[in-house]
Write a protein that binds this ligand. Structure first.
Ligand code: URA
Length: 422
């Protein structure tokens, strides 16, 4: 078997055999297939797709590239959630401690930023001292003692995805249903969670731009999870507008803490509670009230213990960017569009995301939103504040956000899209 023949098969719209898939995933994990060969194959898959058999085999091969975890020693049922990636999607941060406060154990393996979408680990790393990398024993210990853990997938868990995820991020090969579904589900199945709620994003800021594609991704992932014995459900949620009022690493941690303190933007609170209900239901936890656990501080208590257990100081001031630039409303009226993709690319260019896989991210970089669709704005009021440590990035980021909002005449009737679509 050789990489070139596998690439040619997919380039020429053929079906990969089980043997080809097993070989290429294994050889890539061992370094025998080079990054440039895997990126050519990823691009061929993005352009020509894979059928359900190929996706199932690709996922199984990625699971088999590493170890599987086992949480059967825990006294509580496990529930995890995974988002397919969005802009301002900080939901994991309040959600994991919230669900733990309601009685399930939440082993939340998370990722780094991918393209214009933010990554949970990049966000949490803006908390001084917090460590994303835990050994399996440490992960189990944090989970057992606090009820929730958010950390990187260890090197032993789906290592094929670890390499491929970083490669896709910088080769324009993220937006492919087979690659997204297998990436997410290989980690979740290997992680050993008993139940899983998928937050499948749809809209300009998501990898799935249409509801049909989002449904296809959701059903592919639910099928993969169910086949491997994980109770898996999916919600389709809106990503045409950024979630909340911040996109960026430390900026989003700040907003998440507001939610845990019983405040925060209504869309973030609504989605956090909706996903918490699904997770508790999938885990079989009855009679828990996530809204109450946010209001009475019990979710905040778990957050503080969880952050501290991973070396973080929940009371430390969060980093802020050195420079700010304010974008003002060009006219008065009703904000009718604030495009998640434009804001995501803007935040990425300001330094919240990476251009090359070895790049660091800036903790303080990102965009604050001062209005959301449906709000009335006045000419000259701040609409967005751009944050970065490197002001030479402002121009490039401003190009991304320039066409990302519309303001209609005062009094225009406008109804914002619901947060949960299906
Ligand atoms: N999240 C993942 O883990 N993988 C993807 O490919 C996209 C989002």
């Amino acid at each position: 078997m050789d990489a070139i023949s596998v690439i040619r098969t997919k380039r020429d719209r053929g079906e990969l055999t089980d043997e080809q898939i097993d070989w290429v995933i294994d050889a890539y994990t061992r370094g025998e297939v080079a990054d440039e060969q895997m990126s050519a194959l990823a691009m061929a898959i993005l352009l020509n797709g894979m059928n359900r058999r190929e996706i199932a085999r690709w996922t199984a091969a990625m699971i088999a590239s590493g170890e599987r975890m086992d949480f059967s020693s825990l006294s509580r049922p496990t529930a995890d959630k995974h988002s397919t990636g969005g802009v301002g999607d900080k939901i994991t941060l309040p959600l994991a401690p919230l669900v733990a406060a309601c009685g399930a154990a939440v082993p939340q393996l998370s990722g780094r930023g991918l393209g214009h979408t933010g990554g949970t680990l990049d966000k949490l790393e803006s908390i001084p001292g917090w460590r994303a990398l835990l050994s399996n024993e440490e992960m189990l210990h944090v989970l057992d003692t606090t009820g929730a853990v958010i950390c990187a997938a260890g090197d032993g868990l789906a290592p094929a995805d670890k390499k491929l995820y970083a490669l896709r991020d910088v080769t324009g090969t993220v937006e492919a249903i087979p690659l997204i579904a297998s990436s997410i589900m290989s980690k979740k199945i290997a992680e050993g969670t008993g139940s899983l709620v998928l937050d499948v994003k749809v809209g300009t800021g998501a990898f799935m731009k249409t509801i049909e594609d989002a449904r296809e991704l959701a059903s592919t992932m639910v099928g993969l999870g169910t086949d491997h014995g994980v109770r898996t459900v999916a919600l389709l949620t809106d990503m045409s507008t950024p979630l909340g009022l911040t996109a960026g690493n430390a900026l989003e941690v700040r907003e998440s803490v507001e939610v845990l303190a019983g405040g925060g933007p209504s869309d973030v609170v609504e989605l956090t509670i909706a996903l918490a209900r699904e997770m508790l239901d999938a885990a079989g936890v009855k009679d828990a009230d996530p809204a109450k656990a946010l209001a009475d501080g019990s979710a905040m208590d778990v957050w503080r213990r969880m952050i501290a257990a991973q070396g973080g100081d929940p009371d430390a001031p969060l980093p802020t960017a050195k420079e700010q630039h304010v974008v003002k409303a060009p006219s008065s009226g009703v904000l009718t569009r604030l495009d998640a993709y434009g804001i995501g690319v803007g935040a990425w260019r300001l330094g919240a995301g990476r251009a090359r896989k070895e790049d660091p991210v800036q903790a303080g970089a990102g965009i604050e939103l001062h209005a959301k669709p449906g709000d009335t704005v006045t000419e000259g009021q701040p609409l967005l504040t751009l944050h970065t440590d490197t002001p030479e990035r402002f121009d490039y980021a401003l190009q991304a956000v320039a066409g990302s909002y519309d303001i209609a005449a005062p009094g225009t009737d406008f109804t914002a899209s619901p947060v949960v679509l299906e």
